[in-house]
Design a protein around this ligand. Structure first.
Ligand code: TMP
Length: 206
């Protein structure tokens, strides 16, 4: 049994969190050891960088540099060791989020991000990336009344339209890694899509 790295992406309000936990439990029920983690974050240093990234105003390049500094620490201390132990890593976001938010939303040059990606973690990439795709309108409805929004969550819908388009472009450039999930559906409908994708790969019972 080899290690398995799965990431979860989507605009804020796409509703990925509950499904990450359901998937963790389903994989544990098959006997796998599952590491639940997130970006930015996952280590004490990266969690401190998360607070800065989510709360301090700065330009998109500074955001990307902080995101990749946090990621470097996360990859070296959590992700690679877990994969070497043949465990499953479920990460709530990874590098696609930097391409989507700082690239798409913030207008940062994609070539610059590709260089950081190359230096920081390639050839390591998630084996599977679930992209929870939802319209910015539906996401905004879901976020209403939730906890106090952070810097990204308080962006206007036009920003999220650009983030969403960047996710779509990222998927087009690496289609075999991505599993698009129609996140407009009910929680049960969304879960069935996640489960079916893993069953197809022989990772969960059909
Ligand atoms: P979360 O609320 O889903 O945990 O994500 C944290 C926020 O940080 C979310 O609004 C997306 C944003 N983000 C970036 O802007 N760049 C990144 O590289 C990552 C990983 C997250």
């Amino acid at each position: 049994m080899s290690g398995l790295f799965i990431s979860f992406e989507g605009i804020d309000g796409a509703g990925k969190s509950t499904h990450i936990e359901s998937l963790a439990q389903a994989l544990e029920a098959t006997g796998r050891i599952v590491v639940r983690t997130r970006e930015p974050g996952g280590t004490p240093l990266a969690e401190r960088l998360r607070q800065i990234l989510l709360n301090e105003p700065m330009d998109a390049m500074s955001e990307a540099l902080i995101a990749f500094a946090a990621r470097r620490n996360h990859v070296e201390h959590i992700i690679r060791p877990a994969l070497q132990r043949h465990e499953v890593v479920l990460s709530d976001r990874f590098t696609d989020a930097t391409f989507a938010y700082q690239g798409g939303g913030g207008g940062l040059d994609e070539d610059f991000l590709s260089i950081l990606e190359q230096w920081v973690h390639l050839p390591l990439q998630p084996d599977i990336t679930f992209w929870f795709d939802v319209s910015p309108e539906v996401a905004a409805e879901r976020l209403k009344g939730a906890r106090l929004p952070d810097k990204f969550e308080s962006q206007p819908q036009e920003y999220f339209a650009k983030v969403r388009a960047a996710y779509a472009a990222r998927m087009a450039s690496d289609a075999s890694r991505f599993v698009p999930i129609d996140a407009h559906q009910s929680p049960q409908g969304v879960w069935e899509q996640v489960q079916t994708a893993l069953a197809k790969r022989g990772l969960l019972a059909a």
